[in-house]
Design a protein around this ligand. Structure first.
Ligand code: KG4
Ligand code: ZN
Length: 343
């Protein structure tokens, strides 16, 4: 059993993962429990908010219990409790917040509100020995494709975003079009292994645009027309064979990756920075990781990629709460959730 350290219990329930983690002040992750709801949502091809919040309600206490027991500590040893309060699904966020408030009140420990997106960026810092910021940050997930100017650990300013779909959302929707399983990212990555990334020259929207912005909805429609046909066209596309699915998946993935890498490079140049950090579910993508490594090597930049298990939603990344605590940013019990998307 761990005895003489400070322990943070972090809770995450912003979307469809019920998660809790215990992290020490030295950023050692003692437990990182994630209960995924993928099986509940897969038949719909996306997250159903009402199903998500009901599942969080059933799972939150067992997940917290698991996180504490895996860390080898008990409730009375906690120093503080942190919870992601923004952005996310309102019903889902409220379950985590209510659990966190109850623990803070009954244990008489500080309650700390964490921004989920800032957590995705902080996941990069957690594996670094030295301070990572200032840096350019990319959060690329199911809900966001955001570029940040990260001047210091708690100062992340949005400098670019998608004007329509997030990259992860495009992966999920394209997977559905191609008849692949949900979530789309891993299944497209797998199908793409057998395909030709140059088979379909899909539009690389905003690639040469001087603005730091993304758009993936035209790409999604281009894949749809190529796969299932354009309603206005007389000629129908060939049958969607496994080979064609693989080529479409590989071409789609290569397109998204080209744009993400180019925009990161553009942001680094514009801000004169030599450090890039990348987090969020899509940052688990093997091709994206490889291409970012290449780009940063060529340009002499330091790349900090969130470790794969800290890319997709988890509670350990809420360890950024230690910095809030150090700066006295403690929430009161009237804390509310802020569900809105940051665009
Ligand atoms: O960060 P995350 O777990 O949840 C949000 O905050 O949205 O990201 C989930 C997204 C999904 O859209 C999923 O398809 C995508 O991350 N994803 C991937 C990969 N693994 C997960 N996208 C591309 N390649 C992957 N290997
Ligand atoms: Zn996320």
């Amino acid at each position: 059993m761990n005895q003489s350290e400070d322990y943070l219990l972090a809770i995450e329930s912003s979307c469809d993962e019920t998660a809790a983690a215990v992290i020490t002040r030295e950023m050692r992750i003692l437990s990182n429990v994630v209960s995924s709801q993928t099986r509940l949502h897969e038949k719909f091809g996306g997250v159903v908010p009402e199903i998500a919040s009901r599942a969080h309600l059933e799972r939150i206490l067992p997940v917290i219990d698991d996180a504490l027991s895996q860390a080898g500590i008990t409730l009375d040893q906690l120093t503080a409790v942190a919870v992601a309060t923004e952005p996310g699904l309102v019903g889902s966020l409220l379950i985590g917040l209510t659990a966190a408030k109850t623990l803070a009140l009954t244990l008489e420990i500080p309650l700390i509100a964490v921004n989920h997106i800032e957590g995705h960026l902080f996941a990069c810092q957690m594996q670094e020995e030295r301070p990572l910021f200032p840096a350019i940050g990319l959060v690329v997930s199911g809900g966001h494709t955001n570029l940040y100017h990260c001047s210091e650990t708690l100062q992340f300013d949005l400098i670019g975003a998608t004007i329509d779909d997030a990259a992860g959302e495009a992966f999920d929707k394209v997977a559905k079009i191609l008849g692949l399983t949900y979530p789309g990212g891993p299944s497209i990555q797998k199908a793409a292994l057998q395909g030709n990334p140059k088979a379909f020259p899909f539009p690389r929207t905003f690639l040469k645009d001087p603005e730091l912005r993304f758009s993936f909805s035209g790409l999604k429609t281009a894949v749809l027309y190529e796969a299932l046909g354009n309603p206005g066209a007389r000629k129908q596309p060939p049958a969607l064979t496994a080979e064609r699915v693989a080529d479409l998946a590989a071409s789609f993935q290569a397109t998204v990756v080209d744009v993400l890498v180019a925009k990161c490079q553009q942001a680094l140049t514009r801000y004169g920075y030599t450090t890039l950090c990348v987090g969020g579910g899509v940052a688990a993508n093997a091709l994206l990781r490889e291409r970012l490594e290449e780009m940063t090597k060529q340009t002499g930049c330091h790349l900090s990629l969130a470790p794969p298990d800290l890319c997709t939603d988890n509670a350990a990344m809420a360890a950024i709460a230690w910095h809030h605590l150090d700066q006295g940013r403690i929430a009161t019990l009237d804390l509310d959730v802020t569900p809105g998307l940051v665009r």
